[in-house]
Write a protein that binds this ligand. Structure first.
Ligand code: PRP
Ligand code: URA
Length: 207
């Protein structure tokens, strides 16, 4: 299992912005996307490249270009908040969608949507969800992706509870986990402490 905590001053600063309950929906959405972009820069640093011949204004030259298909898979709804920030950096990435919601009583994930591109079989799949709480949603989404043929899967979240990191690492030890912060714990309602509240509602202004 590999867990990478992204240690960057801008990520920390923007994370503090979204933790504040006074942050507006617009600023919350913008900061989530910006953090996702900064994380993608780090996550993609070892993506494979191949040499291609190009012509510069001066001469022909062999230069590197990305040599892999990238599929971003947001877990709906909150994962949608991370997609644009990553696509700004990797515009060739395809996007698949997995819809899951957490039952408020049992905290069990329930699937309601799945639409994935063909390239899921032969590329790098980056599953994104700002919150990793019990880990149930991420574990279930990654299980679905493996059943659909994804092999190289990475998971990126903004805020994780230690309980979720442990559960996800145990369930899918082959999946590399990237996080911006590992917080203290889950509370009795399954919310991350100190966390940032309900991420989906804050992104889309639904409460
Ligand atoms: C939130 C969050 C994760 C999940 C994390 O989604 O975006 O998907 O909870 O919790 P877990 O690790 O305990 O499964 P939620 O179910 O609230 O749906 P939403 O994104 O539509 O608001
Ligand atoms: N989902 C959220 O949106 N926030 C939490 O703290 C836990 C799960």
């Amino acid at each position: 299992m590999t867990v990478v905590k992204l240690d960057h001053a801008l990520i920390k600063h923007k994370l503090t912005n979204i933790r504040k309950s006074s942050t507006s929906t617009k600023d919350f959405y913008q900061n989530v996307n910006e953090i996702a972009g900064l994380m993608a820069y780090e996550i993609s640093k070892d993506f494979p490249v191949r040499q291609i011949e190009i012509t510069t204004p001066i001469c022909k030259s062999m230069q590197p270009e990305l040599a892999c298909e990238v599929v971003i898979v947001p877990i709906l709804r909150a994962g949608l908040g991370m997609v644009d920030g990553i696509r700004n950096l990797i515009p060739t990435a395809k996007v698949g969608f997995i819809g899951l919601y957490r039952d408020e009583e049992t905290l069990e994930p329930h699937k309601y949507f799945c639409k994935l591109p063909e390239t899921i079989h032969n590329g790098i799949t980056l599953v994104v969800d700002p919150m990793l709480a019990t880990g149930g949603s991420a574990i279930s989404a990654i299980q679905m992706l493996k059943e659909e043929g994804a092999t190289d899967i990475r998971f990126a979240c903004l805020v994780a509870a230690p309980e979720g990191v442990e559960a996800l690492s145990n369930a899918h030890p082959d999946v590399k986990i990237y996080l911006a912060s590992e917080d203290e714990k889950l509370n009795e309602n399954g919310y991350i402490v100190p966390g940032l509240g309900d991420c989906g509602d804050r992104l889309f202004g639904t409460k």
